[in-house]
Design a protein around this ligand. Structure first.
Ligand SMILES: *Cc1c(COP(=O)(O)O)cnc(C)c1O
Length: 371
């Protein structure tokens, strides 16, 4: 059973994906980076919102180039978008060459052995299939060293397949003043100059929302498309995800009693507590919880912001609703964790994590719907 099939009446939470906001965010980014082209990064099940809904919406909004992390994601995307240009970021794993051909996917090659294997494969099938080249300029994760890239440029005539993209990845784009940005830009410029006629791509969302010098021919935003906040100095685009959690139970707690595991919350007054039917097994970070010493995240109940109290359990969490009129809320109602003014950015900060991790952890037990 996929979460789409979980009936609302049974679900502990309701996850609503705003497809018009998703399309608007993509188009806003495309407008801001023009004349550079704007791809869409849809790895990780489109950052947790669902590949099928995201990909078709983004295609309709005008996206033509897509990035995924893994071959399996590329294959699923190809089934949805027969005419898209699809790049697979994590490299060419041995033995997967034929699958790239079968599904018309472009591997992002980032090491000499990967390049060699693609060369041999193209030779064997008698077809020069395009691939992208990844050059590392400071991330030290994937990609050729600049020296290796120079070597490839020098031997480009004998490469045996066309390069459809040259890319690198920024390590600190969310900190515009970090000196590594300028260094990566300079190195990437120098390398791109060695590959005339090949499209160049350096920027993720944070880079796309900043200095146009970083845009080159194609930008690769992910998180900004999904309403996350890639950098503190730029407001996020429209929220795409709304998360509401069901109130399973409302109970009275006497002054001095504790709530939840570890007795981490002590009631300092006679309290009313709403127990919501979702927890860390649904992707709500345990660190979003609270203790007597440290406040946690908030939920909106009957239009009012209320604090989460105590530790978050696997399937439940507690909210203090003492200040809400007794007849305003009943078991079965929903409390909002994302939406009604509660942002992804805010929940992430309370949980000492980032928007990306909140989105990609969104649970499989919610009733999901698109709006
Ligand atoms: C994930 C990823 C992106 C998108 O990054 P965002 O910060 O979500 O915009 C772009 N390029 C590469 C190489 C990535 O791995």
């Amino acid at each position: 059973m996929t979460s789409r099939d979980i009936p609302l009446a049974e679900a502990g939470g309701l996850l609503t994906i705003d497809l018009s906001a998703l399309a608007a965010n993509y188009q806003e980014l495309a407008r801001r980076v023009a004349p550079a082209a704007c791809a869409a990064v849809v790895k990780g099940d489109a950052y947790g919102i669902g590949l099928a809904t995201a990909a078709t919406t983004l295609w309709q909004a005008g996206a033509r180039s897509f990035f995924v992390a893994l071959l399996s994601e590329g294959r699923a995307l190809r089934d949805l978008l027969p005419d898209a240009e699809i790049f697979v970021l994590n490299g060419l794993f041995p033995g997967t060459e034929t699958a790239y051909q079968d599904h018309d996917l472009r591997p992002v090659l980032g090491s000499a052995p990967e390049i060699e294997r693609w060369q041999h494969f193209c030779e064997r099938i008698g077809e020069a299939r395009p691939a992208a080249l990844h050059v590392d300029t400071g991330m030290n994760r994937l990609g050729l060293t600049p020296a290796e890239a120079v070597h490839v440029a020098e031997g480009r005539d004998e490469l045996g397949f066309p390069l459809s993209l040259l890319m690198s990845h920024l390590a600190c784009a969310d900190e515009p003043d970090h000196p590594l940005n300028a260094r990566q830009l300079e190195d990437f410029r120098a390398i791109a100059a060695l590959f005339p006629g090949v499209r160049a791509s350096l920027s993720n969302s944070a880079g796309a929302l900043g200095d146009p010098a970083y845009h080159f021919d194609l930008v690769r935003p992910g998180i900004a498309v999904y309403g996350g906040r890639p950098r503190a100095d730029v407001a996020p685009l429209r929220p795409v995800v709304r998360l509401e959690l069901r109130i399973a139970r409302i109970r009275h707690v006497h002054e001095g009693e504790t709530v939840g595991y570890g007795g981490a919350h002590t009631a300092i007054r006679p309290s009313r507590v709403a127990i919501l039917s979702a927890g860390y097994a649904d992707g709500i970070p345990r660190l979003a919880g609270a203790s007597d010493l440290c406040p946690g995240a908030e939920a909106v109940v009957a239009g009012h912001r209320c604090p989460l109290i105590g530790r978050i359990s696997m399937d439940l969490l507690a909210v203090d609703i003492t200040d809400i009129a007794e007849d305003a809320v009943r078991p079965g109602d929903f409390a909002t964790l994302l939406g009604d003014g509660l942002t992804l950015d805010n929940l992430a900060r309370h949980s000492r994590t980032i928007d990306y991790e909140i989105l990609t952890s969104l649970g499989r037990r919610y009733h999901r719907r698109s709006a």
